[in-house]
Ligand binder design. Structure first.
Ligand SMILES: C[C@@H]1O[C@H](OP(=O)(O)OP(=O)(O)OC[C@H]2O[C@@H](n3cnc4c(=O)[nH]c(N)nc43)[C@H](O)[C@@H]2O)[C@@H](O)[C@H](O)[C@@H]1O
Length: 411
């Protein structure tokens, strides 16, 4: 069977071959979703494409990062059309499933066209959950695709390439099911060479937490440049390095297999303190004082004197929080202008996550996907689950609240 695994040699030379042999699967996610839920949706689509490749050669097109609601820093410009290679090691992604960046897809296509777009939507008024999909009129007219009456083609934002790219067909699809449920449809009911699944978050994980789920997750290795920046910070401020912490990462994730408890982590406690919109949306977020009280208790319990804080809190909130913890050394990653400009808010988020992933003890914020992704990273590194699956309690819960489910790694 032909495999769609393009190398980095000339895409122009390969263009003709690939576009006639492989089918491109593109996807996009609801505008309101944040960075770390989008990472989860990638896993659902990557698993689907892996399964499609058992029958036909399909290539997954990585949707450029951009227009993310939370990325509004005034001093970071051009947070659009960001390729995955800025944040992730694309060679590692390719060890799970064949992928190409969007600009590579355009270079490999004869025209800047996506042949078919299927916009997933929930069933109206459903009573019982059952797997099904049907072409339906769109539930919501506000679906950010519009038909150009002159050309007859469909236009949209297309990840910031709106002036160049168009779609030939657009159809709303009511969908209730796992991502793999659309496989027969994609194999049998379409002959298009490029198919886009819009609102891909509607499709569920095929099997949450199984080996395939974890293979997809393990393939999402952060870009080396970001890991290096995080490692430098760990060494400089937190007395932390992979040899003494037992956190050496295999460059090939398929060869890496750790047991729980093998990783020791650096001599610091890390907290992910989610603030901003979480304060407004009633997410059991503790007051700064109450969060500090819990941290102090844990620092003493684990005999640690250094604290690393990953947070989206404004500077003043971080300072108030640190004042409650004066007896400890409190650190936060503060990028210089060059790092900010180059790696943008997504890169800074990853650096924070990487440093949290290497701490002796980690505690996160309830229901934050940002915290969940750190927990997964620590599972990959081989931490004892007690040192990972922890969350801050809110003020009413005092110090004793139900802790997060332990979604442990499967090989
Ligand atoms: C309930 C949902 O929660 C979701 O947030 P949640 O899962 O925390 O997770 P994210 O969607 O990743 O977080 C939103 C954004 O906040 C920034 N951020 C949050 N915490 C940190 C941090 O510790 N360090 C850095 N550098 N940046 C941080 C980061 O830019 C990230 O893309 C929201 O995206 C949804 O819109 C919705 O509100």
């Amino acid at each position: 069977m032909v495999q769609c695994t393009p190398t980095n040699t000339s895409f122009l030379i390969l263009a003709l071959n690939y576009s006639s042999v492989c089918v491109f699967l593109l996807y996009s996610v609801n505008y309101g979703e944040g960075f770390n839920l989008r990472r989860d949706v990638y896993m659902r689509m990557a698993t689907l494409v892996k399964s499609l490749n058992e029958d036909e050669p399909w290539l997954l097109v990585l949707p450029p990062w951009g227009r993310i609601y939370h990325w509004q820093s005034k001093d970071i410009k051009h947070q659009n059309k960001i390729p995955w290679s800025l944040f992730f090691d694309v060679a590692s992604l390719k060890r799970f499933v064949p992928v190409v960046e969007f600009h590579e897809f355009l270079a490999m296509s004869k025209e800047p066209v996506i042949e078919e777009v299927y916009y997933l939507q929930n069933y109206k008024d459903w009573k019982e959950w059952e797997e099904k999909m049907e072409f339906k009129p769109c539930n919501n007219e506000n679906h950010y695709y519009w038909k150009n009456v002159e050309t007859g083609f469909w236009e949209s934002w297309f990840f910031g390439y709106e002036d160049r790219v168009y779609a030939k067909k657009f159809q709303c699809v009511s969908y209730m099911g796992h991502a793999g449920f659309m496989k027969p449809f994609l194999l049998k009911n379409t002959t298009a060479r490029s198919v886009m699944i819009e609102r891909a978050e509607t499709a569920l994980h095929d099997r949450f937490g199984d080996t395939s789920y974890w293979e997809a997750r393990r393939s999402m290795v952060f870009a080396k440049e970001l890991r290096d920046i995080g490692d430098e910070f760990r060494a400089k401020y937190l007395d932390s390095n992979d040899d003494t912490d037992n956190t050496v990462l295999d460059e090939d994730w398929t060869k890496m297999k750790r047991k729980h408890g093998e990783a020791k982590g650096g001599p610091y406690l890390a907290v992910h303190l989610r603030r901003k919109d979480f304060l407004r949306t009633n997410h059991n977020v503790p007051s700064l004082k109450h969060a500090a009280k819990q941290i102090k208790h844990l620092m003493d319990k684990h005999d640690l004197s250094k604290l690393f804080v990953a947070t989206d809190a404004p500077k003043e909130e971080f300072e108030s929080f640190s004042e409650f913890l004066e007896e400890f050394e409190v650190f936060a990653f503060r990028p210089n202008a060059e790092v900010k400009k180059q790696y943008k808010e997504g890169g800074l988020a990853i650096i924070d996550q990487w440093i949290c992933a290497h701490a002796r003890f980690f505690i996160g914020t309830q229901e934050s996907t940002f915290s969940f992704r750190i927990q997964e990273e620590r599972e990959i590194l081989g931490f004892d689950t007690k040192m990972t699956f922890n969350r801050l309690c809110d003020d009413e819960e005092e110090m004793d609240c139900e802790q997060p489910s332990k979604w442990t790694i499967e090989y």
